[in-house]
Design a protein around this ligand. Structure first.
Ligand code: ADP
Length: 462
């Protein structure tokens, strides 16, 4: 069974936290105990030295005697702290001996200390050891002091308490850090995994065809925000493609239904002898079929241009020269309508797909001719700008209403005026023009007035 990202992250984080806090606590504990042991050893040694110095001052040189009362006081005080002292003079005679003085008390104190240390610090394997200090005053030897205490060190009850509370503090800090870390690990894991989970959910919905889904939540993790943004982009691209596909299907069905029904009903009438199959009627059906097939061709071209894999075969070409070529190729239509078509302006070299730009100019010119009345004028003019070549196709034809202009580049859109004309096409020509211009990163603009004519301006980058 596969583990979730959230549980993996949580386990990982918690493991790291445990190991880190465990190691820190262990090191702190070892270090503190070690330092404390060193401190206690030094303290015991220093105390013994201080005892020796105190006793040295209790010798009266003039009378060659010792202040035994004071030594007794010091000895009893030291005994209560676990130090058993014995003072000798230079002749090795005992001046004062704690054990001689109070054997029972000495024994009790030594036993208590040993038991307490064996119980609480058995690893020390300690015991009472005797250390010797020479007693002297201004370079004159006075005797010696023997101090016995528990080695390597001895801890009193209050010192044990101090160490215990120190350890307790460490445990409290460690435990609360672990709890805090676990909580933040869980929150972090959920913060990371939650957008991923939602994105997966979204991707599933998208794969089921629900392209309207968008990731609404926010994340401040850059990679995750990039991921959700990309999935959102993918969803909207797919949505656009899907809408295009749906629209194309309905548009095509709609556009083909009427002419096909016409042809079918005309042919049926002729088959069933309702109509005489005259040459004009057959010609009518033929014209309709030709119109349908040219519509299908246009559609194919448009789909190819609109699909992202439109490959432009760019080359340096003169927009002015190409306009002249297109006008020449439309010679018959221009002549038939007795239109005066002029190409004016200057040479403008652009880097573009010549065949596609030919298509653009010929669609614009074909419209200009279609929607012009006889014996009018059409102007094609080329202006060479710094980074653009600009072509204007202007006619003095029927023109368009202001409110229709935003729609004329839509597929199958035809103005009411053009619908009433026999010459009207299927409403695809301008969609093709716009797609080609956009594929070249160019722009297209239109100005028109009913009854006065229309002007299409395209700018193509060099
Ligand atoms: P169509 O094949 O019908 O001409 P287009 O996509 O080329 O399709 O044009 C869409 C519509 O825009 C046309 O049906 C027409 O109503 C309008 N139109 C395009 N060019 C002109 C023009 N030069 N003068 C007037 N109307 C035009």
């Amino acid at each position: 069974m596969k583990k979730t990202l959230r549980s993996q992250l949580s386990v990982g984080f918690i493991l790291i936290v445990f190991v880190t806090i465990g190691l820190v606590s262990l090191c702190a504990n070892i270090l503190i105990n070690k330092q404390f042991a060193v401190y206690m050893e030094n303290k015991q040694r220093d105390f013994s030295k201080t005892l020796a110095e105190g006793i040295e001052h209790q010798y009266n040189e003039g009378e060659s005697t010792w202040n035994v009362d004071y030594i007794h006081g010091v000895g009893m005080y030291a005994l209560n702290d676990g130090y058993i002292i014995k003072v000798y003079d230079t002749n090795n005679r005992v001046i004062w001996d704690a054990q001689n003085h109070d054997t029972t008390l000495c024994h009790t104190i030594m036993t208590n200390i040993s038991i307490s240390m064996q119980e609480r610090r058995p690893e020390l394997d300690g015991g009472f050891e005797t250390y010797e200090y020479n007693l002297e005053k201004e370079g004159v030897e006075l005797g010696r002091l023997e101090v016995s205490y528990y080695s390597p060190y001895y801890l009193s009850d209050s010192e044990f308490k101090f160490l215990d509370s120190l350890n307790l503090i460490l445990i409290i800090i460690g435990t609360s850090s672990i709890i805090c870390s676990i909580i933040s690990a869980l929150v972090l894991a959920s913060k990371i995994s939650s957008p991923i989970r939602k994105t997966i959910q979204m991707a599933k919905e998208i794969s089921n065809g629900n392209y309207g889904m968008r990731f609404e939540g926010k994340t401040n993790i850059k990679e995750l925000s990039d991921l959700t943004y990309t999935v959102n982009q993918m969803a909207s691209t797919l949505e656009v493609q899907e809408n295009l596909r749906k629209r194309l299907t309905t548009d095509v069905a709609h556009e083909l239904r009427t002419p096909l029904a016409n042809v079918a009903s005309h042919l049926e009438a002729m088959i069933e002898d309702v109509w005489e199959p005259t040459k004009e009627r057959i010609q009518g059906c033929y014209d309709e079929i030709i119109r349908i097939s040219s519509l299908v061709n246009d559609l194919q071209r448009l789909t190819q241009i609109e699909s992202d894999n439109l490959k432009l075969e760019k080359q340096y070409m003169d927009l002015y020269k190409l306009s002249q070529e297109v006008v020449r190729d439309f010679g018959k239509e221009i002549f038939d309508k007795k239109i005066d078509c002029v190409v004016e302006g200057e040479a403008s070299i652009i880097f573009a797909d010549k065949n596609r730009i030919y298509q653009v100019i010929s669609n614009l010119l074909s419209n200009a001719i279609k929607y012009s009345n006889e014996e009018t004028k059409i102007y094609l003019s080329v202006v060479d700008k710094d980074s653009y070549g600009i072509l204007t196709v202007k006619d003095c034809g029927i023109g368009m209403l202001e409110h229709e202009l935003p729609y004329i580049f839509e597929r199958f859109y035809r103005t009411d005026k053009s619908r009433s004309r026999k010459t009207g096409g299927a409403g695809i020509g301008l969609s093709i023009v716009k797609s080609i211009v956009q594929a070249h990163n160019g722009s297209i603009d239109v100005k028109s007035q009913v009854g006065e004519g229309s002007e299409f301006i395209i700018a193509l980058p060099k």
